[in-house]
Design a binder for this molecule. Structure first.
Ligand code: GRF
Length: 208
């Protein structure tokens, strides 16, 4: 069997970065290395997690650019300069430009804290996702890792897992439960990607 070339990974974060941490902790199982962590928020703790692990950490302020496209172009140029193979959105709250998505077609993955296609799309982020799931009365929720396409949370689904919603569940307790499964799903999806095992066939992701 030919030796697989190790992949270069970039992780984009806007917040605490517990999913980034899960990736860092699982790097031993992944045929790739996190080359850079980028954030649009100066005080995102995800940047600190990168620094603590000797990973390059870069803050890019959208306000320094005249348009969203120019801001995205700056990130694209940083990623292409580094020959990044895979972009992981781990709690990144900016919409990617069309150019960004085209440039990294089928090489951008996102994690969302619900069972897509429920409780997802524009405006569904943070506690709001869990509040809406509880309000609706669903009995299970979960997490989804998917490829990113031009719309919000509509790309091909790579992996999903579920959690039970108890009668006395709060958005906060559900968020905690879901994060626990996120921290397993995301490293697993990245591992599969880096081993070349994810194949998209008619929008379905086949793992082989
Ligand atoms: C996670 O719930 C993820 O699904 C969503 O944003 C949150 C990020 O959490 N996209 P963290 O910053 O990884 O702790």
């Amino acid at each position: 069997m030919p030796q697989l070339v190790s992949k270069k990974i970039a992780v984009l974060v806007s917040g605490g970065g517990t999913n980034l941490q899960a990736l860092i902790d699982n790097q031993g199982n992944i045929n790739g290395t996190i080359d850079i962590v980028i954030s649009n928020k100066k005080d995102a703790y995800g940047l600190e997690r990168a620094r603590l692990n000797n990973i390059d950490a870069l803050y890019i302020n959208q306000k320094d650019y005249e348009s969203a496209e120019a801001f995205n172009a700056e990130i694209i140029s940083e990623l292409t300069r580094r020959n990044i193979d895979l972009v992981v959105l781990a709690g990144y709250l900016k919409i990617l430009s069309k150019d960004f998505i085209n440039c990294f077609k089928n090489r951008i993955i996102n994690i969302h804290p619900s069972l897509i296609p429920s409780f997802c799309g524009k405006g569904f982020y943070g506690l709001k996702v869990h509040e809406e799931a509880i309000k609706y009365g669903v009995k299970i929720s979960g997490a989804t890792v998917h490829f990113v396409d031009e719309d919000a949370d509509t790309g091909s689904i790579i992996l999903q897992d579920t959690v039970k919603i108890d009668d006395d569940e709060t958005a906060e307790s559900l968020q905690k439960k879901v994060l626990q499964i996120e921290h397993k799903l995301l490293p697993e999806a990245v591992r599969l990607f880096c081993e070349g095992k994810l194949h998209i066939e008619n929008r379905k992701v086949i793992v082989k």
